[in-house]
Design a protein around this ligand. Structure first.
Ligand code: DGJ
Length: 707
């Protein structure tokens, strides 16, 4: 019997065929196996299972109906005429490739008619611990086959039957809120049917064991498993803990609620990739994701994300050349590196009720085109950036009047507006070509070095009447969105792309691979923002997390935060400024300039370092720690401290320092303090916080001086 071992940087994953070669089962997923160490096949059920077929109880790597009968299946097959499901048999030689960079496996199966092919794909890398998995289903027969569900993978996490699932939930202006669910026997399900990743849930979970009530000593390990979907369209993730077995099953893929995949004769469907990672503890898991995401970022990406000024919050739709040039002058004076003109710049765009779809500058606002502003911004030593929303159209626009058939619709049902707009059917070839041509023209019309791509509504009534693949609209839309993003990378390699969807409604690993930064949320109230960033950093990296210093207070604040606090929050990622600089006093402008300069001095540690969070941003002392080599930077937030009760100095306990090493401590502005401390002292006694940066926040810089 063959067993395949995929090795990552620190972990191993083993699988083998079932005894009758009708499927593959998970044998092992955890810390690295030694060479020659073959885990025993995970022969479940380890106790008698009645009233079920074997396949229902085995930890199958992937299952279909017809193969499983009582348990959940990742693949549903319908050939019409009541013929559903399939029974599989290994077909041909498994494809195995292994070298110093990683391992790759493809296992092919055929169904009982020999006309349907199922391929399970796996890839590991020695650079990180994330394993990629995908599935291909091909119709070699002469009849159409439909797939009401075609998930990417099932991950069997060996954490027992009582499971904790940690996930990120949210809504507009409160994305990435950490939540957790306990699953004993039953299922847990999250997803999006919105045509985009969505704000309701992020396609990533952390699974770990809950203490076993019957046998408390049984699961003392801290191992956690992360599962994600590499996908920006509609999706679903299900976690299941079943009656038998010692694993939790996480199944994930394209949404099976409103999506049906159709395979005409000769067609195949390749699922999006699913990503799985093991970490020895929950604290390590974020770094494991970030390590993988380094490979997605463009080489120049992480270190040089510019400090952006975005005028949206200052001017909303009411923009013009003189006012934007004045803002640009002030932005340059405080050290901003890229000036972004947001919504409102194009013809007819006086509010969100009109104009979307016509991407020429409004002649009343920019009589000499965008070039005048772009040149002015460049003359001030900054890059010029521009906002677009290419997937949407207002009913009141020339584009919609010319092409009313280009938007999603359910035949004759009246169209629904959200934010006064429709979504273009990007699945149509003529629409995606139009979007590409429009962006090419725009980017060639002026020196635009930064593009903020927004998307401000979910798809409703998705579909395309008359198209046999119409129920796959979300898959087609998403793949064509990737085509356009890939075109931007190929044809405009120096362009920096910021991905945005009303804030964080389209953030996932596939978007991180195709953009440079993401706009995490429209929430800029600093304490609300900190909660959002805390959740974001648990699965996504700091070098993509754009964050602005702005005036809003948010929902959590009973009293306004200091400017220093606002800066400290935004400095935890890619610093941006959204203040109305035309109203900022000279003293505040100088304060901004000093803090922007301070950020520039530590940005490489923030964007390149390992991140650890301490405490919870909901209350008390909360710290975000970045470590790169011998330097650590700590952001300390302390708005709720009861200074009467807690008379002692606040202390933080960095966890990323090099052992047996003495550190010198600087304040956030890079001024030396008296304090020197060893890693061990810091871990035991803590580093006292002087709050010299601001009364409610501090920045500490620790540099190793001797071992
Ligand atoms: C939503 C974005 O999140 C905002 O930053 C801004 O770009 C507006 N759209 C513009 O309409």
């Amino acid at each position: 019997m063959s067993q395949w071992h995929l090795h990552t940087r620190r972990t191993s994953y083993a699988l083998s065929l079932t005894a009758d070669a009708s499927g593959a089962v998970s044998d092992y997923w955890g810390p690295a196996l030694a060479v020659g160490e073959d885990p025993a096949p995970w022969a479940e059920p380890d106790r008698f299972v009645g009233y079920a077929a074997d396949a229902d109880a085995q930890p199958l790597e992937y299952a279909s109906d017809g193969q499983r009968h009582t348990a959940f299946s990742e693949l549903l097959i319908d050939r019409g005429n009541s013929r559903t499901g399939a029974r599989w048999m290994l077909h041909g030689e498994p494809r195995w490739r292994s070298d110093s960079s990683g391992d790759e496996l493809e296992l092919a199966f055929r169904d009982e008619t020999g006309t349907l092919e199922l391929v399970l794909g796996y890839r590991s890398s020695r650079e990180h611990d994330v394993i990629r998995r995908w599935t291909r289903i091909a119709n070699h027969g002469s009849d159409t086959v439909t797939l009401p569900r075609a998930f990417s993978a099932a991950w069997n996490a060996p954490v027992g039957q009582r499971v904790r699932v940690d996930y990120l939930a949210g809504s507009w202006a409160r994305e990435f809120q950490e939540r957790s669910a306990q699953v004993h026997w039953g299922t847990f399900s999250i997803g999006s049917r919105q045509g985009v990743t969505g704000m309701s849930f992020s396609p990533v979970v952390r699974v770990s064991a809950l203490p076993d009530e019957d046998d408390v000593a049984a699961r003392s390990g801290t191992d956690v498993y992360g599962v994600a979907l590499d996908w920006s369209g509609s999706w679903r993730l299900q976690g299941e803990s079943a009656a038998v077995g010692s694993h939790a099953r996480v199944s994930v893929g394209v949404d099976d609620d409103v999506t049906t995949v159709t395979l005409l004769p000769g067609e195949e469907f390749r699922t999006p990739d699913s990503l799985g990672v093991h970490a020895a503890s929950a604290i390590e898991l974020p770094s494991r994701w970030h390590e993988f995401q380094q490979g997605l970022a463009r080489e120049r990406g992480r270190r040089t994300q510019p400090i952006v000024y975005n005028s949206w919050m200052a001017t909303t739709f009411d923009v013009d050349i003189a006012q934007q040039l004045e803002l640009a002058r002030r932005a340059a004076a405080i050290g901003v590196e890229t000036f972004v003109l947001d919504d409102g710049w194009f013809r007819g765009r006086t509010s969100d009720r009109a104009g979307l779809g016509g991407w020429q500058p409004d002649p009343a606002k920019f009589p000499h085109g965008l070039g005048e502003l772009a040149d002015g911004v460049e003359a001030l030593g900054m890059r010029f950036g521009l906002w677009v929303e290419p997937e949407c159209v207002n009913p009141d626009s020339d584009l919609f009047r010319a092409h009313p058939d280009w938007v999603y619709r359910a035949e004759g049902r009246p169209l629904l507006t959200i934010r006064n707009q429709y979504v273009l059917d990007l699945g149509r070839e003529e629409v995606v070509l139009w979007v590409m041509a429009t962006l090419r023209d725009l980017l060639s019309s002026a020196p635009i070095g930064y593009l903020k791509w927004d998307m401000n509504r979910p798809v409703t009534d998705g579909g395309r009447p008359g198209d046999p693949h119409g129920r796959q609209w979300s898959v087609q839309h998403t793949r064509n969105y990737y085509r356009v993003m890939d075109m931007l990378r190929a044809e405009f390699p120096d362009l920096i792309v910021e991905a945005c969807a009303s804030g964080g409604a389209r953030i996932d690993n596939a978007v991180l691979q195709r953009s440079d930064v993401v706009w995490t949320s429209d929430q800029v109230g600093p304490r609300d923002r900190l909660v959002i960033q805390h959740g974001f950093l648990s699965a996504y990296p700091s070098w993509t997390m754009s964050s602005w210093v702005a005036e809003d207070d948010g929902h959590r604040d009973r009293e306004a935060a200091s400017l220093g606090y606002r800066f400290a929050v935004a400095m935890c990622g890619v610093l941006g400024i959204g203040l109305d600089l035309s109203r900022t006093s000279d003293a505040d402008l100088e304060e901004c300039r000093r803090r922007v300069e301070a950020y520039r001095g530590i940005r490489d540690v923030i964007l390149d370092g390992d991140v650890r969070t301490h405490g919870t941003p909901h209350r008390g002392l909360y710290t975000v720690e970045y470590t790169a080599g011998t330097r650590s930077v700590l952001f300390v937030f302390d708005r709720d401290r009861d200074r009467v009760r807690d008379r002692d100095a606040a202390r933080v306990f960095p966890a990323g320092l090099c052992p047996h090493t003495r550190y010198a401590v600087q304040d956030g502005f890079g001024h030396a303090t008296e304090l020197q401390i060893t890693a061990e002292e810091a871990a035991v006694r803590g580093v006292p916080v002087a709050f010299s940066w601001a009364p409610d926040a501090d920045v500490l810089i620790l540099d190793a001086i001797e071992r």
